[in-house]
Ligand binder design. Structure first.
Ligand SMILES: [Zn+2]
Length: 307
């Protein structure tokens, strides 16, 4: 009897923590309260009450330079705002779907721009990967060995040679694209987001939370989820480096798929199963479109070589 009551008391605590966490997750971010004392703007001389000057926009908190102020000012030069980016990443990490809904519904000023976040995080990942001493693991390059003998017989040596040349050229180009993707990490992330926008808009049509979501809103959703994926892949980069000493900034695809699925669940508000099949179909078609693009690319190379 006594044991049971201890267990139930212990159980009650985590469940109430979980309940509090879930409540916090669903609560939109709160904005700093409005200051009601009178200010005289140091920039334009107008007097006003509130947090910012209504005439020129200068912060009411503006005062003499301090070391902390100078440091924040310096971070601002790189477009990192003052605290906006870290706060955005914090919310994106712990309540991704709800934060994205906040953002889409108009709470913009409290968060950092999603596109800046992608570029900053991608650049940061790339710089860190370059700076760490150790073996860098690159994306696999494509190589194909073609046995030309049967083609020589069928279409004549000259044509087969031409075709082989064309294929080799195509593979060189494909490897160039693979290398380019690695070197231009941020751009390839955005291209991936564009493709996922198409497929997620196909399968998450009329979601419960956003019944009339537009394709542009689907795009913002995917870009924001990708910011979270980039944060996790930074942890992956460090974790992997600590454990194995090798450097690889592309996370296993499965981890990204799980993050996307969880976030789609929160953002679109379908049931877990409803979310699962829609996500899996989105990713299946995403891979299919990628594959189609590559096949189309080789067809064009082949036709060009044959002409
Ligand atoms: Zn002013």
């Amino acid at each position: 009897m006594e044991n049971a009551s201890i267990i139930s008391r212990l159980m009650r605590r985590p469940s109430s923590w979980w309940h509090q966490f879930r409540t916090w997750q669903r609560t939109p971010i709160s904005v700093a309260p409005l200051r009601d004392e009178q200010h005289v703007c140091l920039n334009c001389g107008d007097s006003f009450d509130g947090n910012f000057c209504p005439r020129c926009g200068q912060d009411a908190k503006t005062k003499r330079f301090t070391l902390r102020g100078a440091l924040l000012h310096m971070i601002d030069v790189w477009g990192l705002g003052t605290q906006g980016m870290l706060r955005t990443l914090w919310h994106l990490f712990w309540r991704p779907g709800y934060m994205i809904l906040d953002y889409l519904r108009g709470r913009r000023q409290s968060y950092f721009s999603p596109f800046k976040t992608v570029f900053v995080l991608a650049a940061l990942t790339f710089v860190i990967a370059q700076m760490l001493p150790g073996e860098m693991i690159h994306a696999d390059k494509v190589s194909v060995n073609i046995d030309r003998a049967p083609y020589d017989e069928k279409m004549g040596t000259a044509t087969a040679e031409k075709l082989e040349e064309g294929m080799a050229h195509g593979i060189d180009n494909l490897n160039y694209i693979i290398q380019w993707q690695e070197d231009h990490y941020a751009f390839s992330v955005i291209i991936g987001c564009l493709l996922l926008t198409l497929t997620s808009a196909m399968f998450f049509r009329r979601p419960p939370t956003l019944p009339n979501a537009t394709i542009v809103e689907h795009f913002y959703i995917n870009v924001l989820i990708n910011c979270q994926v980039l944060v996790v892949s930074l942890f992956y980069l460090f974790g992997r480096y600590a454990l194995t000493g090798t450097i690889n900034f592309s996370m296993p695809t499965g981890v990204s798929v799980i993050i996307y699925t969880l976030d789609y669940w929160q953002v679109y508000g379908h049931t877990l199963w409803g979310t699962l099949w829609r996500s899996l179909l989105s990713f299946f078609f995403y891979s299919l479109f990628m594959l189609l693009a590559i096949v189309l690319y080789f067809l064009i190379i082949g036709v060009m070589a044959a002409i």
